[in-house]
Design a protein. Sequence first.
Length: 428
Amino acid sequence: MTEAVRVPDAAARERSYRAPLVALTSLFFMWGLITSLNDILIPHLKAAFTLSYVEATLIQLAFFGAYFVMSMPSGWLVEQIGYKRGIIIGLLVAAGGCVAFYPAAAAASYALFLGALFVLASGITLLQVAANPYVTILGPARTASSRLTLTQAFNSLGTTIGPYVGATLILAAPVPSAPGVDPARVVSAIVTPGDEAALVQAPYLALAAVLFMIAMLFAMLRLPAVGASEPAVASKAGARETPVWSHRHLVLGVVAIFVYVGGEVAIGSLLVNFMMDPSVAGLPQQAAGQHLSYYWGGAMVGRFVGALAMIYLKPGRVLAFNATAAVVLLLVAVASAGHTAMWSVLAIGLCNSIMFPTIFALALVGLGRHTGEGSGLLCMAIVGGAIVPVIQGYFADHVGILNSFFVPVVCYLYIVFYGLHGHRPARA
């Protein structure tokens, strides 16, 4: 890794970090928007290719599976070439994945769509591995969680806007095989999977162009080469530098990221069906989908507030408090049912707000030159978003959707432990 730039004083150093932080914020927004488009692709491609629910959910498996497969190679790559080049390569790979949607649609091949998604997610994985730790390093360590929470707030802005953009551009035309579609509304009497799949070509080509332009912007920016030049903290005074896996708070942080992403995605995946359930709110599908914006919007608002709050509050305590609040809200939902249950679960989005960036920042404390590798491990744990929802889905089939929410309760209880004790580096 390149040597750190020497800056005359703290004030000058802070000024030198502002432009890079603004540029990094655009990355968080973009990958939030792209990730949320999966929620639009699932119903669209399911109807276009007449898929089963299991086949349609392969979209999430292909996307989140890339985090598991590519995070460690990405961490190694970032350690070899640095954060800036890692970000540029990640942007170009993601742009290539977006471009690959064009031939996938032209061939009307679901398998090619899954391959394109895997390439796209591989690029985003590299972006996460490089950008998340870079944000924590660009400034004082004391406010690392605050900075990462602020940039993650713009990620949430992307996840809030993405579904509306996708619904407008991709779901513009009704699919004959989709439930509730009036055949009279379909322009052509014969609509093939290729016709419907082609609706994704223009939006994803536009995304590819934006990602390519951002890559060119980063190539021209003079980003400070910081961090990762200091040695990692040894487990004992005078001992040799320890391998990345020996850092207890990192290992526990990997588990925390796994259960957090798993719990968040599991709740979001079942929320529409949850709100449609007669024992909860009995909402029609469209109204339930509109209410989903409260869940993701709460995360966005909470991150903006949390970014300011954690300048003054200890991140571990804020993390434990939010996770405890999520547990209480879930228990209220299971015990009460009805509209109380619906609003209790929707409010969990606000609790989720600061969790990912706070866990990420706390887990990277003291890793030194192993920061890139540690970031790779944390990003690999995002695969929880592909596993925990399946577990909750199994229980929803067997004990009911309301009772299945004990699964995220277990996830949040672990996060309470991590916020109170697990994030502390082991002392000799």
